[in-house]
Write a protein that binds this ligand. Structure first.
Ligand code: GLC
Length: 734
């Protein structure tokens, strides 16, 4: 439809119709069951409002959605089609590594391809919009949703945000197999006080603008069609009712003119925050903040008409919201083709096809981060290898948001190594459950698989026997997949006690342990690193996880991932991140001074494994850090170079990272900041000069007056393997 036709359509709609166009309900309201991703509130969702709701959350498959669309449009007064939305976070049915694992690839282009695959599988299943990418910057591993982010760095998150939006949406969301993306959660949901889910967010405006907002802005500049509000307050005002954040910042400053959707029941939660006195005021605050879609409360449907008729809310605000929703439906082509790409036949052809599985395998392999290896990996042919641990047979190796993942589609470690019968002398023993009784509280009851104490003891004894006779142990341990994700905050970062007992018992009889670690978040790995000779962090790798692990453990794939989020020394150190400030009493462990410095008396300041860190089966040497000049004006550039050499005995890929420190400014500046990175593959013995171009834009930051720009002065340039790189060269911006 033409824009004017849309405007005329809004004019022609009744007040009730317009109000109900802002309602989103789960697909279950159109059939008898639903995938619920949040609490269902007793609220004003009625037969009438459901019959005119504008959008639906959930997934029922192409056939069912076509039926629902037909019966809905038949009854709708203006035949306006429904728009179907779902959480397609790291894959649809072909499941990819969790976003934190994708961040570890340092390869946004790969995540663009993953989003394209996910969009295609979603589109043929009847989905029009996904609630992704989540670009919340995260520094606190106590918060379970770090698994959904690409990490602690604004530059890396921005690169992935752009890539994912482009992957989902293509050049035009109306084109075949493209779906609209939704950047979330606006804003700063990743900084909850004490890492506790849904908790208060208190940030200086400078920190908000300098670190937390940039990735959303990049997604908006990439053309993201929708933004989702966050549950949290931001400096005392709930985001979902926050007119400054949503109108002044999001729409006026950032130029976002698309659809703004509330998070699940977030409009009603304005009341519980103590910001609205009742549902009527919650509706008024949300619509004035520019929230277009009310996810699952019915408050708009119940309250908006009266607010407008009483003059408390200008009807033009309602009309603007309705128009934005109709414009998105129009961009998707739904007025001409309400089914878009929904096609039961294509669903069967496309979902989990060989090509998609290959992409999932590539992504899983590239997401793995080798944290330790004394040479025990890769495995050598003929070795007697005991595969021990709950994750040896485990099929639930996909993230908490992989609602459509099926165990029968997923390759476990045991599945994958069955193909290596005869290559290695292998035994497979579970050794322990994922969770012992003392840990059941960490996950929702319906996920708990109870194991008796007697069975635990039996499994442990079997594991010890298996370990005794082996050359090496592959110990596959980790978090249950829903120990990270929404509503999964916790105050300790250790593995479940039952798995710690397994590690200790195996280590007693065989210290040659290589740990394969499944996790949705950074953990406290001190004891694991003491009791093992290798640690391969595989995150939650998804459908092809087992094959990717087998390819890596056997050396067919050489790990290349780098940490997108620091792994703390212990939970007491959290939040910890590489780009911290110096303080007035910087602590230098080499100085020997431990009094009256900014440090802890009991642990180091540095994390156990820093941002950007990751090993390879080969080794790399960095040398000859140079810059081509020591001064630059704002319109000039500097070239910084390093020589990288593969000093090991196998081909490897290294992510060379460029960091810059701004030595002083109108606000204090961090120790260093990631400004660029390049993945380089070198043969054994091969060396290459890697160069980066430094321009004035890289030196810009949020200054004391909240403007973005650079300031003259001294800068230090680091190029290295991770954020702990110390050698630098200096230049001056004049
Ligand atoms: C959840 C999440 C949000 C998700 C939405 C719909 O509570 O916060 O990320 O997209 O509800 O499932």
């Amino acid at each position: 439809m033409k824009q004017q036709e849309l405007i005329d359509l809004v004019k022609d709609m009744s007040l009730t119709e317009k109000v109900n166009q802002l309602l989103q309900v789960t697909s279950g309201f159109y059939i008898d069951e639903a995938i619920l991703t949040g609490p269902i509130r007793e609220n004003g969702i009625t037969e009438e409002s459901i019959a005119e709701a504008g959008t639906v959350i959930g997934l029922l498959g192409a056939e069912k959605y076509k039926e629902i669309q037909d019966s809905y449009m038949e009854k709708h007064p203006h035949k306006i089609p429904l728009m179907f939305m779902f959480d397609v976070i790291n894959g649809f049915r072909t499941i990819f590594p969790i976003p934190l694992g994708q961040g570890a690839t340092f390869e946004p282009e790969l995540s663009k391809r993953l989003a394209q695959v996910a969009a295609k599988e979603s589109a043929v299943s009847g989905i029009h919009v996904t609630f992704a990418p989540m670009v919340d910057l995260v520094r606190d591993a106590r918060w379970g949703r770090v698994m959904e982010s690409t990490g602690e760095d604004g530059k890396l998150n921005s690169d992935f945000a752009k890539a994912m939006v482009e992957g989902f949406q293509g050049d035009d969301v109306g084109q075949e197999y493209n779906i609209a993306a939704c950047v979330k959660h606006f804003a700063a949901y990743g900084a909850p006080t004490a890492g506790r889910e849904y908790n208060t967010v208190e940030l200086s405006e400078n920190t908000l603008r300098g670190y937390y907002l940039p990735a959303y802005k990049v997604a908006i500049d990439a053309g993201v069609e929708m933004v989702m509000t966050s549950f949290n307050t931001l400096n005392g005002v709930p985001a979902t009712g926050n007119e400054w954040l949503m109108r002044d910042v999001l729409r006026d400053e950032m130029g976002f003119d698309g659809v703004l959707i509330s998070d699940w029941t977030a409009i009603e939660e304005i009341i519980y925050h103590g910001y609205a006195k009742d549902r009527k005021q919650a509706a008024e605050l949300a619509i004035k903040a520019g929230v277009d879609i009310d996810m699952m409360t019915g408050i708009y449907s119940k309250e908006l008409a009266a607010l407008i008729e009483s003059g408390k809310v200008d009807e033009r605000l309602l009309d603007e919201s309705v128009l934005r929703i109709l414009m998105l439906k129009n961009k998707l082509g739904l007025f001409e083709n309400p089914y878009k790409d929904a096609d039961p036949i294509k669903e069967k052809e496309v979902i989990l096809c060989e090509e998609h599985r290959k992409t999932a395998l590539e992504a899983a392999e590239k997401s793995f981060v080798l944290l330790e290896n004394d040479g025990i990996l890769p495995l050598k042919k003929g070795e007697k290898v005991a595969f021990i641990g709950p994750f040896v047979p485990e099929k639930e190796i996909y993230g908490a948001w992989s609602m459509l993942a099926k165990d029968e589609d997923t390759v476990s470690i045991a599945d994958a190594f069955a193909k290596f019968e005869g290559v290695y002398d292998m035994t497979f023993t579970q050794g322990s459950p994922v969770l012992g009784a003392e840990d059941y509280k960490l996950i929702p009851k319906h996920h708990v698989k109870e194991v008796s104490k007697a069975d635990e003891e039996r499994m442990l004894a079997e594991a010890v026997e298996a370990a005794k006779g082996a050359d090496k142990v592959i110990l596959a341990i980790g978090e249950h997949r829903v120990m990270s994700g929404e509503a999964a905050s916790r105050t300790d970062l250790l593995l479940p006690e039952v798995q710690q007992r397994l590690l200790r018992a195996v280590h007693e009889v065989n210290p040659n342990i290589a740990v394969v670690l499944f996790t949705g978040r950074p953990l406290d790995l001190r004891e694991i690193s003491e009791k093992s000779k290798a640690i391969l962090n595989v995150w939650m790798p998804g459908t092809e996880g087992g094959n990717a692990i087998a390819n890596t453990l056997t050396g067919n794939f050489n790990p290349s991932g780098k940490l997108p989020m620091s792994f703390p020394y212990n939970v007491g150190q959290v939040p910890v991140h590489y780009n911290e400030y110096f303080t007035g009493r910087p602590f230098d462990p080499k100085s020997g001074e431990v009094m009256y410095r900014s440090n802890y008396r009991d642990i180091p300041n540095t994390p156990l494994y820093p941002f950007g860190y990751g090993l390879s089966y080969t080794t790399f040497a960095y040398s000859d850090l140079t810059i081509n000049k020591n001064q630059m004006t704002a319109d000039e550039q500097i070239t910084a170079s390093i020589t990288l050499k593969n000093t090991g005995d196998c081909t490897g890929t290294e992510t060379v990272q460029l960091y810059i420190r701004d030595c002083f400014g109108s606000v204090v500046r961090p120790r260093k900041e990631l400004k660029d990175y390049q993945k380089v593959t070198l043969q054994p013995g091969e060396e290459q000069v890697i160069s980066f171009t430094i321009n004035e834009e890289m030196l810009q930051f949020c200054r004391v007056d909240m403007s973005f720009g650079s300031e003259p002065g001294e800068f230090h340039v680091y190029i290295g393997a991770d954020s702990s790189t110390e050698e630098y060269v200096a230049f001056e911006l004049i």
